[in-house]
Design a binder for this molecule. Structure first.
Ligand code: ADP
Length: 201
């Protein structure tokens, strides 16, 4: 039977680390962020919409979007966040649906890494949802280090997502990433082997 598994978590909780491992194991993993980046490239379906909305100030000299500026414009303003969620959200859903249907024709088991899986109501697309979970302190630490953010910027990014504690109640499986990478990947390994020890009770 075909199975589609959604991977989610919070920013810097370890989703990419899990996805990378799954790809090494030979599985297809759709990266929702990469799909969004494609849509936002010059010529992509979201590019023109964003430039029309924010103006040319969001462009770099080479015509690409200035991503850090765009992120800070959106994350610093609740109205822009709402606009982005609605306008971009709809097109992104359409595109992800297209990618999913295409893979479903060839793969028995594949994954989709969607950071806002619960917030944007993608859960019903999946047979299982795997949450890469970390404590808030660890998440802040790893986020600030990875993206060179100040504490305020990191907090603003976290504030735009649901707390991981809440997502924990919604996910079908939890991967605890408070420990080492090895510990994380061994949990993935056991889920792949059909282990159910991590199934949420
Ligand atoms: P996400 O894709 O959810 O945003 P990443 O997989 O990029 O998160 O992980 C966030 C950061 O934390 C990265 O710099 C990654 O290398 C690091 N990281 C992930 N898991 C661990 C871990 N178990 N121990 C230490 N660092 C980790």
């Amino acid at each position: 039977m075909r199975k589609i598994i959604g991977i989610t978590g919070g920013i810097a909780s370890g989703k990419s680390t899990v996805s990378r491992f799954l790809r090494q194991e030979g599985y297809q993993v759709v990266d929702a962020d990469a799909v969004v980046h494609q849509l936002q490239k010059p010529g992509g379906r979201l590019y023109r919409i964003l430039v029309d909305h924010f103006g040319e100030k969001i462009l770099l000299e080479n015509g690409e979007l200035n991503r850090p500026l765009l992120a800070s414009l959106i994350f610093s303003n609740p109205e822009e966040q709402e606009w982005s969620k609605e306008t971009q959200g709809e097109l992104i859903r359409e595109e992800l649906g297209f990618v999913r249907d295409k893979l479903a024709q060839t793969e028995d088991l594949f994954f989709m890494d969607i950071p806002l899986l619960f917030e944007q109501e993608y859960a019903s697309w999946f047979d299982e949802t795997w949450l890469v979970y970390v404590s808030r302190d660890t998440q802040m630490d790893r986020l600030m280090k990875r993206d060179y953010l100040t504490m305020e910027d990191a907090q603003a990014r976290l504030a735009s997502q649901w707390p991981l504690e809440e997502k924990k109640r919604l996910a079908s499986h939890i991967l605890d990433n408070n420990g080492s990478r090895e510990q994380l990947l061994s949990q993935v390994g056991s889920l792949l082997q059909g282990g159910d020890t991590l199934e949420r009770d």
